[in-house]
Write a protein that binds this ligand. Sequence first.
Ligand code: ATP
Length: 324
Amino acid sequence: MIHVSRLRKVYGTGVVALDGVDLDVREGEVFGVLGQSGAGKSTLLRCVNLLERPTSGTVTVGGQELTTLGPAALRRARQGIGMIHQQFALLSSRTVAGNVAFPLEVAGVPRRERAARVTDLLDVVGLDGKAAHYPAQLSGGQKQRVGIARALAAGPKVLLSDEATSALDPGTTQSILALLKRLNAELGLTILLITHEMHVIKAVCDSVAVMREGKVAEYGRVAELVATPGSLLTREIFPLPESAPPGAVTVTFTGRPGEAILSGLVREYDVDVDILAGSLEEVGGVSAGRLRLRIDGTARAEALADLRRRGLVQEESAAREEVR
Ligand SMILES: Nc1ncnc2c1ncn2[C@@H]1O[C@H](COP(=O)(O)OP(=O)(O)OP(=O)(O)O)[C@@H](O)[C@H]1O
């Protein structure tokens, strides 16, 4: 649905915000772009609907290469791409209904049709009864629902979400994410969202790209990356204390409880295994986690080799002897 190829954006200031980004977002998936502040996420999102002109590279949405379109064709193409914003970007002088109707007015939809469509949209986002309210009378979550209804007004195939839940409290964030997931499932809406929050990726995303300094550092399906020892995503999802004590081993596991790995090691190699730290979660329908272990005993090396063979070892800090 969205294909981004070799995208580069160099701002007038000389800042390289995007440095050769490739992305493929499949139809009907929720795709998250995760990264710290300054990684280039907003620039990428704004390049997808060409609010920002890339310096080079191509953007194709729904089979149409936007980077080759003239202004009129681009305006039409943008009707198929809705967008929601962190600060909602509502018109304060218009009512809820007026905000949602706005893109329909611009598109020249007749008044009666517009009114019926607005009623439907407000119903879809759970805001019936609020049509005559003004944005200032709404909570943050309700404002974002208006933003979502407005983004859906023209019946887009794609929704771009620019940190849509960053300004909301945790409970409201969950309800907005649940709404996005429902729209994704019920309307087959493809969603590309940017966030700096891992919990957003965990809650709704099928696929993820981790961005660092204008580049995609890691990219794939969430369930697969979570199952990949050493992936950036496993580090982010399963945080462990920064400093590992000498001799500690960090293992990543998936699809089976950590205890089975540990009891197997103890039985087979007669080693002592201490759990120093651990984190376990259900992500993308997969049970996965990270454990930091201390393994002691005469067969320690063999036990470690076994874990390595099974691709479970993510990190080993230097053994105590080497540290001395
Ligand atoms: N209009 C602009 N002019 C010049 N530099 C810009 C502009 N917009 C962004 N940048 C720079 O481009 C880089 C990437 O910024 P961008 O906003 O895309 O990152 P981000 O990952 O979305 O971060 P944040 O979450 O803080 O917005 C940063 O170094 C930023 O200072």
